[in-house]
Design a protein around this ligand. Structure first.
Ligand SMILES: C[S@@+](CC[C@H](N)C(=O)[O-])C[C@H]1O[C@@H](n2cnc3c(N)ncnc32)[C@H](O)[C@@H]1O
Length: 257
């Protein structure tokens, strides 16, 4: 197993998400749940109107903010996602860019919102530093990310099929908390579980949200019928269903600059 830590291949991530854009919203049920919860954490009524939706994807939450009367900048690495967002007119401005190098001025937004995107960055502290830089004093940063323990059933099943890494490594909750130490913050951890009647729709759900790109290597082996059956036999079942767990960390950072 290759455990060497390599930099995230952002072009590949943008490609995987871009290809998923047209079917993303129907597959992204988890993202919709976490994003709604993240919005609830905002209590943003008096914070001002400028919102950055960082890693906006199709702009599902850009539109939700806009419905609340906010002026929204939708930003994403993937041009395919951003084009889709722009076609739906979910925001006021569209910016192709990288969360780790935001092309925005210091203190230029009131709220920085980022739902399930920073797990694709090289360094969480770098992403948070950028969020903090562009958010004005008194503003709010809201982010959610996948934490260690996510997709553990699938990882366990693959572990019985071969010795390759098939699942991205997500940061432990403690590392996410540590990355927030520079700022006044709160972290909330929640577990979500999806149940699938068959393994193939479970695997397709990951593909449908562009989450099949591996940070530290490439996919190993074609998914033949035989391999799928072996994986299904090894998969830990809950009654007849195939469960898929996600460990989500929600962060709220108060910009006391
Ligand atoms: C799981 S999707 C979430 C999309 C959206 N926030 C939602 O809630 O539906 C992650 C998004 O983050 C984007 N992304 C990944 N890495 C990024 C980066 N470094 N900078 C900007 N966007 C990034 C991807 O292209 C993708 O659209």
């Amino acid at each position: 197993m290759d455990l060497a830590v390599k930099a995230v291949d952002k072009q590949a991530i943008a490609g995987a998400f871009g290809r998923a854009a047209s079917r993303y919203d129907t597959a992204a049920k988890l993202q919709q749940q976490t994003g709604e919860y993240l919005m609830e954490l905002s209590q943003a009524e008096n914070l001002g109107i400028r919102v950055l939706d960082a890693g906006c994807g199709t702009g599902f939450f850009s539109a939700r903010w806009k419905q609340q009367g906010k002026q929204v900048i939708a930003l994403d690495l993937a041009s395919g996602m951003l084009n889709h967002a722009q076609e739906q007119q979910v925001a006021d401005y569209y910016l192709q860019g990288d969360i780790e190098h935001l092309g925005l001025a210091d203190n230029s937004v009131d709220i920085c919102f980022s739902n399930l995107a920073v797990q694709w960055c090289n360094e969480l502290p770098c992403a948070l530093q950028e969020f903090h830089r562009v958010t004005r004093p008194g503003g709010l940063i809201l982010f959610s990310t996948l934490a260690q323990g996510s997709l553990y059933e699938l990882e366990a099943a693959w572990g019985q099929v071969d010795t390759y890494r098939h699942i991205n490594q997500f940061l432990p909750l403690q590392a996410i908390t540590d990355a927030c130490q520079l700022y006044r913050h709160k972290i909330i951890s929640r577990q979500y579980c999806e149940y699938y009647p068959q393994l193939l729709p479970l695997l397709n759900s990951l593909k449908g949200i562009g989450a099949t790109h591996l940070h530290h290597g490439r996919q190993h082996g074609l998914m033949t019928r035989k391999r799928l059956n072996t994986l299904a036999e090894a998969y830990p079942r809950d009654n007849e269903d195939y469960p898929l767990s996600y460990q989500i960390a929600f962060g709220v950072i108060y910009c006391d600059k």
